[in-house]
Design a protein around this ligand. Structure first.
Ligand code: DGT
Ligand code: CA
Ligand code: CA
Length: 579
């Protein structure tokens, strides 16, 4: 389908005309064409072949000719002519609030501004303010718009996006008469970062619901508000898209707007091969057309959409076109791990090192989460920044744990450490200490570029090391990670029977979904740990479980779904003795 491509071209023409400050009516016409094409469900190429372009609202003769020209030649003269000499990076900046086309054109002409970087420079060095009719106040406003624009173009952490979405959904439920409501897009797929938040709902009076939506208290700017869709920017520069659909199309729309795009393309092709048409409005039979157009055969629920295409239901976390469509066709989608499978948390810190939570507080909170056990894993001695424990304090901690375990049989507190893998490759505690722990996590916190793979190998060769924490060391949107060969690390984990951590801290999610799937195929066991440094952070387990699902993991692949007894028997140190 060339619909979106054409929509973009017409929008670009409008941008360029605006930039050149020409006749407003023409700009409106191009914008309208862009919007119509963007929303069009039917294939523009088909309509063009059938000579039906004139039926489309807002597509006059001149625009229709341009569509036809583009579809038959792959080019559009008008687009070329109008955008000549204007870089795309410049036109993109028209989206910046308070920066009108005239100012932008002036900045381009006089200060040779071509992109965001240039714009920032001329704001900073004061040259923009010196242009005719500009001044400090105007530039200040442009700067505000620029900040907003930049924030909106960053990807959000899933934890942040989830909170915003929850707030908006609650607000809509409270203030409008809606029936079904759900997040969609990457948020529903639990992707590690989110571009914008998508929300889908059904309800009678669309315009009214949208009016209330735009009045969400944290709205900073309304980008669009119509009868069935709206986009706003909320505090923090976060874009939220809302769509309202008819109840009979809710499942099809949810499927469509959950994506991913690649997954949807595969489904559409399957539909086609079955003589069906899949769209956000439903599944339609093409063969069985009665007198009055196409017959709708599914669309109310997502389940029936998948079913009619001959697929088992695909959980949103799998919809990335990583083989899930093929597997669903064979009825072989695995039973993914769920929150209720989790029996404990195997990575957390206490006030003994750098956390705000006491062991007792961690214990009580974990009990409320229905856990059977927790593993307290404070930092080892050389982690000075984190108040790492010298042996004396570690023994004191063990005494406290013993006491807690004696007093309550509610939940078992396990003695662990997060022992540093030193630059030398040695571990920060001697074996005689590690030996006395229930479980040991080893982690790189220093020397991120030096022999990291080899040092992790050495740690995995230690019989007392059960888990490698955050194996790649990345911090999402902040830090790349260690210089490491993750595939080799995985090989060695498989060979030694060492478990790899899935660190559930939302800025880590390490190892990621892609590596998890490989680890599963290699039969490596995964340990999901929150790495909590506060009581509340124990709740991050859900992000870990979601990533595990994105990595196709089942309960059996994750060690903290096991009972404590089983966990003990599968430790590498005990495994050999038993088998
Ligand atoms: P994001 O926002 O960048 O994290 O990623 P998504 O997946 O949420 O993408 P978004 O917000 O642009 O669109 C939401 C969903 O709508 C997307 O996952 C699939 C569907 N969608 C959007 N545009 C297209 C399209 O051009 N073709 C198809 N097949 N689906 C689309
Ligand atoms: Ca999105
Ligand atoms: Ca969106």
């Amino acid at each position: 389908m060339k619909n979106k491509e054409l929509a973009k071209l017409f929008n670009r023409i409008a941008d360029a005309l605006e930039f050149k400050d020409v006749n407003v009516f023409r700009i409106v016409a191009y914008r309208r064409a862009g919007r119509v094409l963007d929303d069009l469900v039917e294939d523009i190429e088909v309509l063009n072949k059938q000579g039906r372009l004139a039926e489309l609202p807002g597509i006059g003769k001149a625009i229709a000719e341009k569509i036809n020209e583009y579809l038959s030649t792959g080019k559009m003269k008008k687009y070329k002519e109008v955008t000549k000499g204007i870089p795309n990076t410049l036109l993109d900046m028209l989206d910046i609030q308070n920066l009108g086309p005239k100012t932008l054109a002036l900045a381009h002409k006089k200060l040779r501004v071509k992109n965001l970087k240039d714009l920032k420079k001329v704001i900073k060095n004061g040259s923009l303010a010196k242009l005719p009719q500009m001044g400090k106040k105007k530039v200040e406003n442009i700067k505000k718009g620029l900040d907003l624009y930049e924030r909106a173009h960053e990807r959000l952490s899933i934890a942040v996006a989830q909170n915003v979405a929850r707030e908006i959904i609650e607000y809509l439920k409270k203030n409008t008469k809606i029936k079904d409501i759900s997040s969609a897009g990457s948020l529903r797929r639990w992707k590690e970062t989110i571009g914008d938040i998508d929300i889908l709902t059904t309800g009678k009076n669309g315009a009214e619901i949208i009016k209330i939506f735009t009045k969400f208290p944290k709205t900073e700017r309304v980008l669009a508000a119509g009868e069935t869709k709206s986009s706003i920017i909320v505090k923090g520069g976060i874009q939220v898209d809302l769509r309202i659909v008819k109840p009979k199309s809710y499942g099809a729309a949810l499927q469509y707007f959950t994506g991913s795009k690649a997954h949807n393309i595969k489904l559409r092709n399957i539909a086609k091969s079955k003589g069906l048409k899949l769209s956000e409005y439903g599944v339609f039979s093409l063969r069985d057309t009665g007198v009055k157009g196409k017959k709708m055969v599914a669309g109310k629920t997502e389940k029936e959409v998948y079913k009619i295409l001959g697929l088992t239901y695909v959980p949103p976390e799998l919809r990335e076109d990583r083989g899930e469509v093929e597997v669903a066709l064979q009825n072989k989608i695995p039973k993914l791990i769920e929150m209720k499978d989790i029996k404990g948390d195997l990575h957390m810190h206490s006030t003994y090192s750098d956390s705000t939570a006491t062991i007792r507080q961690l214990t009580n909170f974990a009990w409320r989460l229905n856990y059977e056990y927790i593993l307290v894993t404070d930092h080892s001695e050389s982690a000075k920044y984190a108040h790492g424990l010298e042996p004396k304090r570690l023994y004191k901690q063990w005494q406290e744990i013993d006491k807690i375990n004696q007093q309550s049989k509610k939940l078992h507190v396990l003695k662990g450490v997060e022992v540093d893998i030193l630059k030398s490759g040695k571990l920060d505690y001697p074996d005689k200490i590690l030996k006395r722990c229930d479980f040991v996590i080893a982690a790189i916190h220093q020397g991120f570029t030096k022999n990291v793979t080899e040092r992790i190998y050495a740690a995995m060769d230690n019989p007392y090391v059960d888990i490698i924490a955050h194996p790649t060391g990345r911090l999402i949107s902040q830090r790349e990670g260690y210089a490491i060969n993750i595939h080799k690390v995985m090989e060695h984990a498989a060979q030694t029977g060492t478990w790899l951590e899935l660190n559930a801290y939302p800025d880590r999610l390490d190892v990621n979904d892609v590596y998890l799937k490989i680890a599963k195929e290699m039969d490596i066991k995964i340990s999901i740990g929150t790495d909590a440094h506060s009581i509340k952070a124990l709740l991050w387990m859900k992000f870990g479980v979601a990533q595990a699902r994105r990595g196709w993991l089942e309960a059996k692949n994750v060690v903290n779904t096991y009972s404590l007894k089983k966990l003990q028997t599968i430790r590498k140190i005990n495994k050999n003795r038993i088998e």
